[in-house]
Ligand binder design. Structure first.
Ligand SMILES: Cc1cc2nc3c(=O)[nH]c(=O)nc-3n(C[C@H](O)[C@H](O)[C@H](O)COP(=O)(O)O)c2cc1C
Length: 179
């Protein structure tokens, strides 16, 4: 089944996960493409849309891509995924944060064309790769919001190929008509 995996990735985690999804698909006709290349989804039967999460939302570039390409995406099998640290989410002061909520902007953009399946997958932070702005935003988050006593953004990887393959297997299952 001709498959396109479109990834909005600022630091590479979503792109790597896109390649892991491609590894698990049991056919070879799969392309993993950055959203910056604005790939044309016509001619593909299955399209994965994935993006890294920034400030409580899946990144804007993948949402804008879905909006722009909505007509071409209609009628295709779709799957959506977000890549982040807080995959489970948390309840705090009368509100839910994180987890599934991160995907909402992408689902909203796809409106009448809901994906077959969606997933919230674990990413990573490699501090030396971050722009100064992102580094400072994260320091602010850790020290002011989480009140952590740290002087540097910590290295953290939760990248998990088994989790990505489980997600991909669910998509395959749904394609076969199972729930
Ligand atoms: C400035 C900044 C903001 C972030 N905001 C969140 C967030 O709100 N929730 C979360 O779980 N992860 C957050 N992350 C972690 C990213 O989602 C994680 O690094 C992910 O792997 C990024 O994927 P990418 O490299 O493909 O863009 C943030 C990271 C940065 C640098």
């Amino acid at each position: 089944m001709k498959t396109l995996i479109v990834c909005a990735s600022r630091y590479g985690a979503t792109m790597e996960i896109g390649r892991w999804i491609a590894d698990r698909l049991p056919w070879k006709e799969t392309e993993v493409v950055s959203v910056t290349e604005d790939p044309d989804p016509s001619g593909f039967e299955l399209v994965f849309l994935g993006g890294g999460v920034y400030n409580e939302k899946v990144g804007k570039p993948i949402v804008q891509y879905a909006q722009k390409r909505l007509e071409a995406l209609a009628g295709k099998y779709l799957a959506a995924f977000a890549v982040c640290l807080d995959t489970k989410g948390v309840y705090m002061k009368g509100r839910f944060f994180g987890g599934w909520l991160y995907l909402q902007p992408l689902l909203d953009a796809l409106c009448d064309h809901p994906p077959l399946y969606a997933g919230v997958l674990s990413g990573e932070i490699i501090p030396k790769k971050l722009t100064e702005k992102d580094y400072n935003l994260l320091m602010h988050f850790y020290t002011r919001i989480l009140k952590r006593d740290i002087t540097e953004v910590p290295y953290r990887t939760l990248m998990d190929k088994r989790q990505v393959w489980d997600f991909t297997e669910k998509v395959l299952h749904r394609l076969e008509g199972h729930f």
